[in-house]
Design a protein around this ligand. Structure first.
Ligand code: MIG
Length: 793
């Protein structure tokens, strides 16, 4: 088997007969015996379960769906001529012997003739998609946002190990993350298909056969969850409700992170902190890659290079910098090494079919792998990890190599539950259970705190435990451009908290690429500069003062907007909306179907970064300075150009030229952007003084600003308040009201309005929690900006 190979639809046996029971429909024929059941799961969500008689390992589902979504209410099958009909609450399902028709929220999807089949334990579902005009989701993918004409192999792999010679291109498949989730669009409506099967599966959206969407699992039971729209937001929110929304991280995790494979000595970390201070660039965390360990032994430090890691980390913390360490799953197989010894007796490691410890070959040499699928192994891991974090004052956990990477040892021989369960069932979920065990460690350590974890591999549902970065990219423009659709589709696939290695991991970056990468991703949920030890160093100051100033500008933009990023994260946790969104999340029209070189943060901020280098695309010389030019699709309405100042008419495509230190950024009329306005000092920032930037030309503003403690888990039980903010212009007067409700002390945050309005507005009427003041507004010389007004009243 090599990648790119598929099962040919012609090799599938197609059922010929339909036997309708009360809750079960059997589809049978030569070589095929399938059983289909339907259940109501939640509002707008139904499930079809496909049991295949040829499947030996009858596992029901992966760990993707939250426990409350796993049972559901069986829907009775009714006979209607030659068809079984399931009238589920979410929609209508018609099942023929080899035909399936779904109708949910006005979206109809039907298989091609003979579109249900089996080939031994493999299942085939083949839908006609001639009327479908877009396909999104697919988890972490290369290439473009719209997956029509593309396909996805849902198998987690260590990309660079597998695609050693081609990783720097934009077309590898599979990736580190496997999420068999597709969102189809047609006629302005959307429908979601989540094929919950823990094993490998392929989705092909018209690549091998135009106008056909083919799903094929290789084994096991497939639970097809069908999620209704009609809007994209509804589909995405339902998926998030089904598989879990990302919990809030600590605020510092939303800051800027600096990492590099190669940082190796205590002095280097102290030097880095000093360099960030000297460069006047805030940084929230420094990361320890594998070289901190004693010969790659988990939960150890090289005591020559790091004599006292706890003291070092505490010193960093005093400067507002957090410490994150890499943690690989592989444990060095070395009798006498305490971690290995302690796992042998309770047999926490994966075994082969005959019960030997499964041995891989990774960084520490011969390596064994905890069987995270078992609670006892998770407990063992959580104890070790919690002790390690506590003893060394480590704040965050970085989970790598959990695809799982086993080096030259055949991965398939690794089995679970003392060798009883074959590899396939948990391959894609290995990282998921590792993340679950690691989160357990963090919660053990600090039951009321918010852990921060980052993982490379993931499957559906992993967002409940960890953020995801998109793995080893390369320092080239193609990979920068790809970072947008990749993170956007991952965002549409439940993993809101994600981002790439900024600057590129493999190969040498350049000054221009590094700057543009920082600009493109400075408003991504996760923002970390990371590079390989074999590449040219790429900390913000490595290319001299000009590029440093541009990078500093991008990083500052992020810190200024930290309150907005935090609000977007809160919205994700509460409602399931991703933080970054393709424009089609909010705007309908063919011009958005493929648009993936610009994105929205929340529903208010449009980011259109420069994604090409000198000489690669349009450019313009202004005031003697070279500007890279790009087109920006501005949706209808008026937009405020935050880079240059001034309102721009939307509903059209404009050309925008940006110098190296410019990032095209637009706020929509009617938006509110909460800004941090104090000094930027790593994580030592007080978010209780907030500027409310009100974009109010023709539209009024309506915004819920969430107030909580930003550090504990009390928000989970509703301990947060909401400041309801409205702003409207009434002839010469701007009327702003702020009313705090909910479970949080009032008047804890000071809000200062800043109006981006019209020059004829002369007066501010401000009401905070019932108290009103009226003050004259002094217009700035710039006609659109009115003076900020301190508002503690
Ligand atoms: O075999 O720990 O994706 O971020 O720097 C390489 C060293 C192992 C792969 C990760 C990368 C990390 C690197 N790791």
């Amino acid at each position: 088997m090599f990648f790119g190979q598929k099962i040919h639809p012609l090799n599938f046996d197609v059922p010929e007969r339909l036997i309708i029971g009360s809750e079960t429909v059997e589809l049978t024929g030569p070589g095929v015996q399938l059983r289909v059941r339907c259940a109501d799961i939640a509002e707008g969500c139904l499930r079809l379960r496909f049991d295949n008689a040829a499947v030996a390992d009858l596992f029901q589902h992966s760990d993707a769906v939250l426990p409350e979504g796993r049972e559901g209410q069986p829907v009775a099958a009714q006979r209607e001529a030659e068809t079984a009909l399931f009238a589920a609450r979410a929609g209508r399902v018609e099942l023929g012997a080899a035909r399936l028709r779904l109708e949910l929220a006005g979206f109809t999807l039907e298989t091609v003739a003979g579109g249900i089949g089996a080939c031994g334990p493999a299942l085939l579902l083949n839908f006609a998609i001639a009327a479908v005009d877009g396909c999104y989701g697919f988890g972490e993918r290369t290439r473009r946002l719209n997956k029509l004409g593309d396909s996805a192999d849902c198998l987690t792999v260590d990309v660079v190990a597998v695609f050693r010679h081609t990783y720097a291109r934009d077309d590898y498949d599979p990736t580190y993350v496997a999420i068999p989730w597709a969102i189809l669009s047609g006629n302005g409506r959307f429908l979601g298909l989540f094929f919950d099967n823990p094993g490998r599966a392929i989705m092909d959206a018209g690549k091998i056969r135009p106008d056909e969407f083919i799903y094929q699992s290789f084994d096991g039971v497939t639970d097809l969850y069908v999620l209704a729209g009609p809007s994209l937001a509804e589909v995405v929110r339902r998926y998030a409700a089904l598989t879990g929304r990302g919990p809030l991280p600590p605020l510092w995790a939303l800051g800027y992170h600096q990492c590099r494979w190669g940082y190796q000595y205590e002095a280097e970390f102290r030097e880095l902190a000093a360099q960030f201070a000297a460069a006047d660039v805030p940084v929230s965390a420094l990361w320890y890659d594998i070289d901190y360990m004693d010969e790659y032994r988990l939960f150890t430090w090289d005591r020559v290079d790091f004599p006292d890691p706890a003291a070092l980390n505490r010193d960093l913390q005093a400067a507002g910098i957090h410490a994150v360490t890499i943690v690989d799953p592989g444990v060095k197989r070395e009798p006498g090494y305490a971690v290995y010894d302690s796992g042998r007796e309770p047999a926490v490691f994966c075994q082969t079919a005959s019960g030997r410890e499964y041995v891989g070959k990774v960084w520490p040499g011969d390596t064994v792998f905890p069987d995270f699928t078992r609670q006892s192994a998770r407990d063992w891991w959580a104890d070790w990890l919690a002790d390690f974090l506590r003893e060394n004052a480590v704040d965050g956990v970085w989970l790598d190599m959990n695809d799982p990477a086993t080096g030259y040892s055949r991965t398939e021989e690794m089995r679970f539950a003392h060798g009883a369960i074959p590899h396939d069932r948990y391959h894609n979920q290995y990282a998921h259970f590792m993340a679950r065990a690691s989160r357990q460690a963090c919660e053990q350590l600090d039951p009321d705190g918010r852990p921060f974890l980052l993982t490379r591999s993931a499957c559906a549902g992993t967002q409940r435990y960890s953020a995801v970065w998109t793995g080893d990219n390369a320092s080239n423009w193609q990979h920068l451009r790809m970072a947008l659709p990749c993170s956007l589709n991952l965002s549409l696939s439940g993993v809101a908290f994600n981002g790439p290695d900024v600057g590129g991991f493999m190969d040498d970056t350049s000054a221009e690429l590094l700057v543009r990468w920082h600009q493109a991703c400075c408003l991504f949920p996760f923002f970390r500069n990371h590079s390989s030890r074999h590449s040219r160093p790429q900390e913000p100051w490595q290319f001299g003062p000009g590029p440093l100033a541009a990078i500093r500008g991008a990083i500052r933009t992020r810190y200024r907007l930290l309150p907005y990023l935090y609000q977007c994260f809160f919205t994700h946790w509460r409602d399931g909306d991703p933080m970054i969104r393709p424009l089609l999340y909010h705007y309908a029209g063919p011009e958005y179907a493929d648009l993936d070189d610009q994105y929205l943060l929340g529903d208010a901020l449009l980011v259109a970064p420069i994604l090409h280098g000198d000489g690669q695309g349009p450019e313009r010389v202004r005031h003697g300075i070279k500007h890279a030019q790009r087109s920006v699709v501005l949706p209808p309405g008026v937009w405020f150009d935050l880079n240059r100042g001034g309102w721009v008419e939307g509903g059209r495509t404009i050309q925008y030229a940006a110098a190296l230190d410019e990032l095209p950024l637009f706020a929509r009329d009617g938006a509110l952007l909460p800004y941090y306005a104090g000094p930027l000092r790593n994580r030592l920032m007080d978010l209780r003084a907030i500027e409310l930037h009100l974009f109010c030309r023709d539209q009024s503003v309506n915004y819920d600003y969430v107030v909580d403690d930003q550090t504990t888990r009390r928000y989970l039980s509703g301990a947060y308040g909401i400041a309801q903010i409205t702003a409207a212009i009434d002839s010469e007067r701007l009327r702003v009201t702020i009313t705090e409700t909910g479970d949080s002390p009032r008047d804890r945050v000071t809000f200062t309005p800043v109006l981006y309005g019209r020059p004829d507005v002369r007066e501010l009427e401000l009401t905070i929690n019932g108290r009103t003041v009226i003050r004259p507004l002094q217009a700035d010389q710039r006609e659109w900006l009115c003076q900020a007004w301190p508002v503690r009243i």
